[in-house]
Design a protein around this ligand. Sequence first.
Ligand SMILES: *Cc1c(COP(=O)(O)O)cnc(C)c1O
Length: 406
Amino acid sequence: MVVIFMVEKEDLAIFGGKPVRGKDDPLPQVFPRIFPKKALDYVREVVESGLTSNIEERFKRAFAEACGVKNVVTVANCTAAVHAAIAALELGPRDEVVVSAISDYGSVAGVIAEGALPVFSDVDVRNGCVTAEEIEKVITPRTKAMVVVHWYGLMCDMDPIIDIARDRGITVIEDCCQNPLGEYKGRKAGTIGDMGCFSFDPEKHLSAGGGGAVITNSDEIAKKVDKFANLRGAEFIPHYGRKHTSFGLNYRWSTLNAALGLAKLEVLPEENRRRVELANMLNKRLEEIDGVIPIYIPDGCSHLYWLYALQLDISKFKVDIWQISDALNAELSGLSCSPAPYYLLPESVTYLSQRYPNIKYGAHMVPNAKTHIYRVIRWCWTHKYTKRDVEDIGKAVDKVLSYYHK
Ligand SMILES: *Cc1c(COP(=O)(O)O)cnc(C)c1O
């Protein structure tokens, strides 16, 4: 082990020592969200127009152009987006949908709602993202679709995934909540598979205070998604009105949120660029520290760092990951980091075992995902950090890990 500096117990803030960043000088946080000045103009436009503004249409056009995709269907959130994507495929009982084992609950809720069977794919233990190799292990003749999650903001290695899906006629849905405008070999997130699902939740990069979208190059799929999520399954018949020709819901987005979304979209590329620049600085700093396992970034995959993941070889430390996380929070006021085992869906979605009693859902299904999630401390990354903030994060990680190193 390279000892950068000797750390005594009483040096650690958690035991009363001086923190790297105290309460009087906290790190910047994701909130309050910063909106460009234009946001107020757009909101005013919506109000002054008496809700007749075409701002949602303008958002759709701008987002389609930014992603390089033909169709954007906006919806209320990404849980709704994935639900609508599954519904558009008209899946039901006896159909299986492969879902990344590590994700937000929104990646799987729609699969369950439509009565299809969620089948969890294990991940690359080095980064928490699914791989073609792991997906292939759980594919059966009943597999109709897969929800591939670009976890932390890191693109999955898509070409091999697309290859196995195309061979078998499986629809690929990309969950791009954590990497809007992320790239894979020059193509934008959500345009590599058949559909891309997005969240405009307050916490996400493209924060509009709420919202979501499904993007696709297929006019037919876009129409079905829109019919399910926005038209409540209805078709308009002249001299009659709505006929509900399929089941649908009201997952509409709001015009006021679209105003915030359009403003945020205009600054997103620059904010993304800054996030990546800062994260790369921290990556470089942490490379020097024994016990840190860098997140593996496959060739051609961009990482937009919705979360920063500090991945540790926990066998090298005297305490568990929770104690390391508590010690880090004590050093860095404003950081708010923690492990997040609840992202391990087959374990955290406990009602699955009641709904499908023949299947034993649990962490045992996905050993890599389990290993990965229980060795990562994560926090929401922000473009607001300065170089000094990143240096202090590096210093605090070094300090805490040096003390706890075996
Ligand atoms: C945030 C998130 C969701 C859910 O998005 P909502 O807009 O809150 O419904 C789904 N998948 C992933 C990967 C997410 O990060």
